[in-house]
Design a protein. Structure first.
Length: 302
């Protein structure tokens, strides 16, 4: 059975960047690339549809533009194009179910401001059981690598090292799926895996021995021990992956956003549960999606 990395494409620059990121990931995985565009006839065409062009013709052109661009950049990569007359969310959920992962473009406010997660992206992330990567406009292969000497592009020097892969870890409720995804991603890139756990300091109560600087140090030590224990089996499974572990006091989202400035990929988890108001992605993951500047993969777990 052929394995796939899928990308949802539309007429935006964000989706074209996502298609190229997905192509590079497919090459790293030895998988085929599937580009998916969903369109649905509307009585009033979207403003992006040029005058004199039918909605179906514009859908064909949109998909073909992405296919041509990816094939020109990666001529040896198998590319499958899928055009569907369906709602975008439903089509992307179906594509994700048949893929190793799904890659989507996400509108950003710039390289620092990060993502403004659209309704389609957010609904897909919240509902799928597969990993979803969000990529901002302008993301290139050079952004995944450390700066090359003398300004030479990493495309010209393939051995230019990758930037770190960063994993946000909750040591109190560790889950296998995001951890394994992060280790595997670092292995495929030959990159360092930075594992970060941040927690809000809880003021100590009189007599519990956890107040002041000594109490904070004790809490950090406990969390560090939990992290070591959590990662021990994964270090053994992926012995070639260098791992950097950080436990710090602070807001998890803030620490992860700061770490993303020097990362090639951010890995966060999402619990697959139904709340009273529907499916949620979690407050930390939600904040990361809105503010992180590198590609973010959201990995669901039970």
């Amino acid at each position: 059975m052929v394995r796939h990395v899928s990308a949802g494409v539309d007429a935006s620059d964000e989706s074209l960047a996502a298609a190229h990121w997905a192509a590079r990931e497919a090459l790293r995985r030895g998988a085929a690339l599937r580009l998916v565009h969903a369109w649905k006839w509307q009585p009033q065409p979207a403003p992006s549809v040029p005058l004199g062009t039918t909605q179906r013709a514009w859908a064909d052109q949109t998909l073909e533009r992405a296919v041509r661009s990816v094939r020109a950049a990666h001529p040896g990569l198998p590319v499958e194009e899928v055009l569907l007359s369906a709602s975008p969310v439903g089509a992307l959920l179906a594509a994700a179910a048949e893929s190793d992962l799904l890659v989507l473009g996400s509108r950003g406010l710039g390289r620092i401001a990060g993502f403004v997660v659209g309704s389609v992206s957010q609904r897909v992330v919240a509902r799928t059981g597969r990993p979803v990567v969000l990529v901002r406009a302008g993301e290139t292969s050079a952004d995944e690598h450390l700066p090359a000497l003398n300004g030479v592009s990493p495309d010209e020097i393939p051995e230019t090292p990758y930037r770190d892969v960063v994993l946000g870890l909750d040591t109190r409720h560790p889950c296998d799926e995001p951890i394994e995804f992060a280790f595997d991603a670092a292995r495929r890139r030959g990159a360092v895996l930075r594992v970060i756990h941040a927690f809000d300091e809880v003021p100590g109560r009189p007599g519990d021995g956890r107040s002041g600087a000594a109490g904070t140090t004790e809490l950090i030590t406990e969390r560090e021990q939990l992290m070591v224990a959590t990662l021990r089996a994964w270090r053994e499974k992926y012995p070639g992956v260098p791992v950097s572990e950080t436990v710090t006091v602070g807001r998890a989202a803030t620490e992860l956003v700061q770490a993303s400035a020097h990362a090639s990929l951010m890995v966060v988890g999402r619990r697959t549960r139904e709340g009273r108001l529907g499916t949620h992605i979690g407050s930390v993951t939600h904040a990361v999606l809105h503010h992180v500047g590198c590609p973010v993969v959201v990995v669901p777990y039970a």
